[in-house]
Design a protein around this ligand. Structure first.
Ligand code: SAM
Length: 281
């Protein structure tokens, strides 16, 4: 195969020239492919949608982790839902203050295949603070008695196994297992194309109805549809800008390629078309 092509809309395609098709597998949950490419390095897809590539994965993983970590300095127990490539866990393990990281991924094959092909994202999975649980995140948050300071929903799109992770039932249970000063972060789709924008508004509406603080922030991720990507920030206590202490995050001296204190503040400054879309919900 010479090109990998993803349909961003019925009228727009995104294509990447392939060096080698490294792996192909039908897991019990989805179709998993791994490729090596000329410009993006290795990348993997689930059901034909690019999940992570070696060139820009740092943007998504840094933004989904460091944004909440810089708000609440008492985060000790973290739950990651999905996140099979390990990138979110890698960023979390940069904090010595974190005591436990539970990663609940529905598809063990994603983790195992990523461990084989993506050392760049999976290094943190061997950290002794990390527990891997292979089960549905929806069922996990319903049944667990544990309390978390931070929940990161690093999910696929709201189709297939990821659908339940955008439901009211899921968000309600996340709220239940969050500490009083806990933070919930979700990958929130793109505001640009209609399909993702509709999903984003639906998710935001549900989260806003449950949490007193529900904000949205953005990052530029070249290989996700439109490149303009959003994350949801929800908390019972902390506001992502009013409670942001730039000096604290700077003093940690984290090694990051995208995230910094200025990016943090700027990422909550949303363009009018996004603000207006959020006002509609
Ligand atoms: N950041 C990527 C994106 O937006 O394209 C997604 C990353 S990918 C690692 C998301 C992971 O969520 C996949 O490995 C998938 O197996 C997992 N997942 C999907 N539905 C899930 C569920 N119900 N419970 C737990 N994990 C789930």
């Amino acid at each position: 195969m010479e090109w990998f092509t993803e349909n961003w809309t019925p009228n727009i395609k995104f294509s990447v020239r392939i060096k080698e098709h490294l792996h192909s597998e039908t897991t019990p949950f989805q179709q998993l492919e791994v490729y090596d490419s000329f410009e993006l390095g290795r990348f993997f897809t689930l059901d034909g949608i690019m999940m992570a590539n070696e060139k820009d994965e740092f943007i998504y993983h840094e933004m989904i982790v460091h944004t909440p970590m810089s708000i609440n300095q008492n985060i000790k127990h973290v739950l990651v839902i999905g996140g099979g490539d390990g990138g979110s866990v890698r960023e979390l393990t940069k904090y010595q203050t974190i005591e436990s990281i539970d990663m609940v991924e529905i598809d063990e094959r994603v983790v195992r295949v990523c461990q084989e092909y993506f050392t760049i994202t999976t290094t943190g999975l061997n950290d002794p603070r990390v527990s891997l649980k292979f089960e549905d995140g929806l069922a996990y948050v319903k049944n667990t008695q544990k309390v978390y300071d931070l929940i990161i929903v690093d999910s696929t799109d709201p189709i297939g196994p990821g659908e339940g992770l955008f439901s009211m039932e899921f968000y309600t249970n996340c709220k239940r297992v969050l500490a009083e000063d806990g933070i919930l972060i979700n990958q929130h789709e793109s505001p640009y194309f209609e399909k993702e924008s509709t999903e984003m508004k639906r998710a935001h509406k549900k989260i806003k109805s449950l949490f007193p603080i529900a904000e949205v922030y953005q990052a530029f991720i070249p290989t996700y549809p439109s490149g303009h990507w959003l994350f949801g920030f929800a908390s019972k206590k902390y506001h992502p800008i009013k409670d942001f202490k730039k000096a604290h995050i700077t003093s940690l001296g984290l090694e990051t390629k995208y995230y910094n204190g200025d990016v943090h503040q700027g990422s909550f400054a949303l363009p009018n078309y996004v603000r207006n879309a959020l006002k509609e919900v």
